[in-house]
Design a protein around this ligand. Structure first.
Ligand code: HEM
Ligand code: HEM
Length: 224
């Protein structure tokens, strides 16, 4: 076969499609901004970048059902026996390894919890998230969760970076290049990627839904 991206008899497509890569590299960029703005109390920036994180994470989650092969949860989630087999025997995987898959899920859940809890948090001063009123008496607990969840997220990000570093530099597997360019020597897909417009449509729908919720959410009572 001599189509573009084909080598020998095997068609080769990116293992990480453009949607996965764009959302992935947005994470460190946005999280850095969220860390800085959260610590500095720059809620004007924190709020809007936070909304963009909700859109990015939810789009990635939906992409886990309608996206390209290696992006789909059904493709890389294996259950305890698959993880155990991988731990004992290892083995090559074109997409996420069974253990890597668990860290992907943990990171996505923590990112979602972080951004959703933010929308119900308050800095007890000038800013409260748009859904604070709905949190009612739980608003204080949710704000505490926003801080605790952040510590958990830091731990998982550190583990993520250590794991990537281990594969990249000790096992000489060019994972970072694959996440940047879509594929590397051993990491490629034989299935064409899903059309990107589906992800764009998903992101637009999430923006619409979030905007509508923010518009209808009642303001929390002010004590000042
Ligand atoms: C700091 C915030 C970060 C977060 C929240 C994060 C999160 C994630 C997530 C959720 C995935 C799964 C990708 C998917 O299927 O959608 C992933 C994969 C990956 N990340 Fe990150 N990441 C971060 C930073 C980084 C950095 C700084 C690097 C590079 C130095 C990196 C390298 C990778 C690589 C290479 C993969 C693919 C792993 C594989 O081949 O299975 N990540 N990351
Ligand atoms: C992934 C997304 C997010 C990250 C990584 C993040 C991170 C942080 C960090 C590091 C802090 C400082 C915590 C501290 O002082 O100990 C913070 C505080 C805060 N964040 Fe977020 N945040 C996110 C999303 C959001 C969103 C979407 C909102 C609301 C729209 C929000 C609202 C707040 C508020 C109100 C505080 C102040 C809490 C306090 O003073 O205790 N956050 N956030």
């Amino acid at each position: 076969m001599t189509t573009a991206g084909a080598v020998g008899a095997e068609a080769q497509y990116p293992v990480w499609d453009r949607v996965v890569r764009t959302i992935h590299w947005y994470f460190p960029l946005a999280i850095g901004t969220m860390w800085w703005s959260g610590e500095q109390g720059r809620m004007d920036i924190h709020e809007w970048v936070g909304y963009s994180m909700i859109v990015a994470v939810l789009t990635r989650i939906v992409w886990g059902f309608i996206g390209s092969e290696a992006a789909r949860f059904g493709h890389f989630l294996t259950g305890p026996s698959g993880v155990w087999r991988y731990l004992r025997q290892g083995g090559k995987h074109r997409g996420h390894t069974p253990l890597g898959a668990l860290s992907v899920i943990a990171l996505l859940i923590l990112l979602l919890a972080q951004s959703v809890s933010g929308t119900m948090s308050s800095d007890d001063l000038l800013f409260e998230g748009p859904f604070s009123y709905w949190a009612g008496d739980w608003a204080g607990a949710v704000t505490e969760w926003h801080e605790t969840n952040w510590r958990l997220l830091q731990v998982f990000i550190a583990l993520h970076l250590l794991a990537i570093g281990w594969y990249q530099f000790r096992k000489k597997e060019p994972l970072i290049q694959a996440m940047w360019r879509g594929r590397s020597g051993t990491k490629f897909s034989q299935t064409p990627p899903s059309p990107q417009w589906r992800a764009v449509l998903t992101a637009v729908a999430v923006v619409g839904l979030l905007g509508a919720l923010i518009a209808v959410a009642p303001e929390a009572p002010s004590y000042y």
